[in-house]
Design a protein around this ligand. Structure first.
Ligand SMILES: Nc1ncnc2c1ncn2[C@@H]1O[C@H](COP(=O)(O)OP(=O)(O)OP(=O)(O)O)[C@@H](O)[C@H]1O
Ligand SMILES: [Mg+2]
Length: 344
């Protein structure tokens, strides 16, 4: 079964053609990172306008790279939530229009489901159920249980910021570019990860909190520089040495990774029948998280790094497993394909 997956939930315009939920025939991603690097974050209105400009060329290239025509495509899948409303509208309306013109079934896919199913793409071995999924992205931090395909139970979630957002905000404090994740890893390579002891937010159960960790970095930087807590965060980078930036980056990354894994280990204690772990979302590209988790937990799966961030292949994969497990509606046109919400 050939599915064309379309993804526009944030600042990547993406389309891919995937066979049977795992074999990627094409994967086209146009990122707006260069545009938003200047601002240190995404501006929703600008993101939506840029999606509009490249959406159709991206779809055409996905078909061309796959060597397929519309006749070959069995279904179209599109991210319909969660994400930025204007961005989601471009993807969903494009997908719906194409589905009507080319007479294809259309499937609306939840973005976090797609991140999880990135672990089934091009995989040599597959995760086994029951599994625990750690979703770590720009907008979410969650632990979910999956007893079978398409059975999701959220057992832990952040009470405030997401871990990816925390990477981005800490990078901003340190004067590092957007997106913060890769920049923090790079700066931290020459740093001492034990130099600054940062507190791990004390939240009950399997929930997370990341706003406290971000503030802890801010206070530690102010204190290290001998500046008052009223000193504006945007100015701190002008006082930090290269070595201090590296030490803060390494110490923060170590604390964030350790905190994520402590919670995942706790989840394993609560659900010892777990057979495998999957890590998903943009932060799953993090090398320290990859290395530490395989040391601390058995049978850990990660997407190929190019499928960690937003892409169309994971949307097609998630739709395929929805269809296979009978979760997808038999008459997809009855579905309310419009974006459900900008935030949820
Ligand atoms: N190597 C890395 N280490 C840590 N974080 C990273 C790395 N690469 C990317 N990230 C982070 O991943 C986030 C982007 O991930 P993703 O694209 O999945 O998020 P999103 O789609 O914006 O949010 P969501 O998926 O929750 O809707 C950014 O916050 C970025 O800093
Ligand atoms: Mg995402």
């Amino acid at each position: 079964m050939l599915i064309l997956g379309i993804e526009t939930s944030c600042d990547e315009t993406a389309a891919a053609v995937v066979e049977d939920g795992s074999k990627v025939l094409s994967n086209v991603v146009v990122s707006q990172i260069d545009i938003f690097a200047e601002y240190g974050g995404v501006i929703p209105e600008v993101a939506a306008r840029n999606h509009l400009e490249v959406m159709m060329p991206v779809v055409r290239k996905a078909l061309e790279d796959a060597g397929k025509t519309w006749d070959d495509i069995d279904a179209i899948a599109v991210t319909h939530t969660p994400g930025l409303l204007g961005s989601l509208l471009v993807g969903t309306l494009t997908a719906r229009t194409l589905a009507i013109i080319h007479n294809k079934p259309l499937y609306a896919v939840h973005h976090l489901k797609s991140h999880i199913y990135a672990n089934w793409i091009n995989a040599d071995s597959l995760p086994e159920f029951p599994l625990l999924a750690l979703v770590v992205s720009g907008g979410h931090t969650q632990i979910l249980r999956m007893n079978a395909h398409n059975h999701f139970e959220i057992i832990g979630t952040t009470r405030d910021d997401a871990v990816g957002e925390c990477f981005d905000k800490v990078a901003k404090i340190l004067g590092l570019p957007y997106p913060g994740g890769p920049a923090i890893t790079k700066a931290g390579l020459s740093g001492d990860k034990n130099k600054f002891k940062l507190p791990k937010p004390n939240v009950d159960g399997l929930d997370f909190s990341f706003s406290g960790l971000k503030t802890a970095v801010l206070r530690a930087v102010q204190s290290e520089l001998g500046l008052p807590i009223s000193h504006p965060s945007y100015d701190l980078k002008n006082h930090l040495s290269e070595q201090q930036i590296s030490d803060f980056a390494a110490s923060f990354e170590k604390t964030a990774v350790d905190y994520l894994l402590e919670k995942l280990e706790k989840a394993y204690e609560m659900y010892p029948e777990t057979k495998s772990f999957v890590v998903a979302g943009g932060v799953s590209a993090n090398q320290a998280l990859r290395e530490e988790s395989v040391k601390r937990l058995p049978n850990v799966f990660f997407p190929e790094p190019k499928f960690s961030g937003d892409n169309g292949a994971m949307v097609a994969a998630a739709a395929y497993f929805e269809i296979k497990s009978g979760v997808a509606p038999t008459d997809p046109y009855k579905l309310n394909i419009m974006p459900r919400s900008a935030i949820n």
